[in-house]
Design a protein. Structure first.
Length: 220
């Protein structure tokens, strides 16, 4: 079977599994299993040179499974972890996987889908419901960023006022309406603390960093 034919078959199986909300990690093994149901036995015999050697028919069934890793690397070879020094990367969940919004300086007229690290194979098949979810998540993330920026402004202003000898220190216009933290800023700070607590408890119970990626990223 030609490589193009194998890749087309992998793509069809992958699409079916995506509609079933399977994660990328799950799909790789499932695709290999569908291409070759007895893959475990054949892999063991192929790698360890166990008897009996693979027949031509078995080899023909087994070899296409070697394309699966390359196909997923080419189609899903995207950054799956955020830059922890960049607060403008906010995680969201799509089709069982964690992706990230990368917020530009101006978000008014940007294409929200292009502000994600979604691989092209996912972008081209997004449903209307998924697009609406992205739009709502994007707006929510933008509000979080604005809250963080406001919090930074308040902290910086308080530090300047504390160190100033001027009793009539001028309040910046953007802080005049509400010098103290807004309700939304307080809420997001509380959510961040809850996410951190969840990450800590999860790490204590599982000893696995994999399970704390999402709450820790969201807290940041």
């Amino acid at each position: 079977m030609k490589t193009d034919d194998i890749n087309a078959r992998i793509a069809r199986i992958d699409y079916k599994l995506r509609t079933q909300k399977k994660s990328v990690a799950e799909r790789i093994g499932l695709v290999q299993g569908e291409l070759c149901p007895d893959i475990n036995d054949l892999t063991d015999r192929f790698i360890n040179n166990r008897f009996p050697a693979l027949s031509n028919n078995e080899l023909e069934r087994f070899l296409p499974t070697l394309n699966v890793d390359n196909w997923y690397r080419e189609n899903y070879g995207f950054k799956i972890t955020p830059d922890y020094l960049n607060l403008k990367e906010i995680p969201f969940v799509m089709q069982g996987n964690i992706y990230y919004f990368i917020y530009p300086e101006k978000t008014e007229n940007c294409n929200i889908i292009d502000c994600t690290n979604l691989p092209q194979i996912v972008k081209q098949d997004l449903t209307e419901v998924e697009i609406e979810y992205l739009q709502n998540s994007f707006k929510c993330g933008r509000r979080k960023l604005l809250s963080v920026e406001y919090l930074e402004d308040v902290v910086q202003y308080r530090d300047k006022k504390k160190s100033s000898e001027n009793d009539f220190f001028a309040i910046p216009d953007k802080l005049k309406d509400n010098f103290y933290l807004s309700t939304e800023t307080i809420d997001f700070t509380r959510f961040a603390i809850e996410d951190l607590n969840l990450a800590i408890v999860t790490l204590k119970n599982t000893r696995s960093y994999q399970f704390i990626i999402f709450p820790a990223s969201q807290a940041i």
